[in-house]
Design a binder for this molecule. Structure first.
Ligand code: AMP
Ligand code: MN
Ligand code: MN
Ligand code: MN
Length: 280
């Protein structure tokens, strides 16, 4: 069976490996179809595609778009997107500007808690493209010894109610889905269990997403328990949505699950790749 991994990050967003290193790592893990899905940035796709050609890996252009929906932050993965499509490219550029402003607010807030120079500190972890996110702050805070590792830093400093938390307005769901679909791609709700939506609100999200042209749910992801995967497989089938599989790998040492080292889709799901004729 093909090992298909449709969600991971490089140094273009908050991953630890460059696009080339990531693809080389995928090859050592037996991944045969890979999508790079950096947060709000498609700057790594060209390099990753060239590396994938070298390694005989089928490469899928991807992106993970940050969205605000009813006061919640959701992540929408776009698969098979066209990076040249300007509404998508410009939409992501606007989100990245918002990230820069948010970073300043986070640093100002940390300052009030006597954590100084965090903006410079976080930027020292940012890649060439300049995209800044919470993970870069978390790495800085972990390095300074504010918590034992990146994961613990999130819990102590960066989630709601903690010193470094700032609320932020991301793109509307309708825009993200329209950019992805308009570029010829497929929109996927990433790691749906992470949003902790009650049954009714989840249904409203799924109906709205589907009505907007959304295609799939990430059923297999490293943030799902086996029970959650089965539950979302059921939701996908019930709603006539396709199912995706991705590790959400960020780098060795920071991710519990390695590239491709996640369960297969449960039986009965229609894979998001079911009609991709590049996959044989
Ligand atoms: P951002 O897109 O900058 O708001 O940051 C979100 C990213 O932070 C996610 O994609 C994860 O990589 C990371 N993240 C969020 N929450 C946690 C957590 N509790 N533990 C570790 N990483 C997290
Ligand atoms: Mn991330
Ligand atoms: Mn995500
Ligand atoms: Mn991700």
């Amino acid at each position: 069976m093909l090992n298909i991994d449709l969600h991971c990050h490089s140094t273009v967003s908050d991953g630890l490996l460059t696009p080339t290193q990531l693809v080389e790592h995928a090859a050592t893990r037996g991944v045969s179809v890979l999508a790079l899905t950096d947060h709000d940035d498609m700057g790594g796709l060209g390099e990753a595609r060239r590396a994938a050609t070298e390694k005989n890996i089928t490469f899928i252009n991807g992106v993970e778009i940050s969205v605000s929906w009813r006061n919640k932050t959701l992540h929408i993965v776009g698969l098979d997107v066209n990076p040249e499509y300007s509404p998508l490219a410009q939409g992501l550029e606007a989100i990245r500007s918002g990230r820069t402003l948010r970073a300043r607010k986070i640093a100002a807030q940390l300052d009030k808690f006597s954590i100084h120079d965090s903006l410079e500190g976080a930027y020292s972890y940012v890649g060439k493209g300049g995209l800044i996110g919470l993970t870069h702050f978390a790495r800085f805070l972990a390095e300074r010894g504010y918590a034992k590792d990146v994961r613990s830093v999130f819990k102590k400093y960066l989630v709601k109610g903690k010193p470094g938390y700032v609320s932020h307005q991301w793109a509307p769901l309708s825009d993200a889905v329209a950019w992805i679909c308009g570029s010829g791609g497929r929109a996927v709700i990433a790691h749906p269990a992470r949003y902790k939506l009650g049954k009714d609100v989840l249904d409203e999200l799924l109906f709205e997403f589907r009505a907007l042209g959304g295609a799939a749910i990430e059923v297999i992801t490293s943030s799902h328990t086996p029970e959650q995967s089965l539950l979302f497989a059921h939701h996908a089938q019930r709603m006539g949505l396709l199912a995706s599989r991705g590790s959400d790998f960020h780098g060795p040492g920071e991710s519990y699950f390695d590239l491709g080292q996640i369960p297969e889709l449960p039986l009965g799901c229609t894979p998001v790749w079911h009609d991709w004729n590049r996959i044989t």
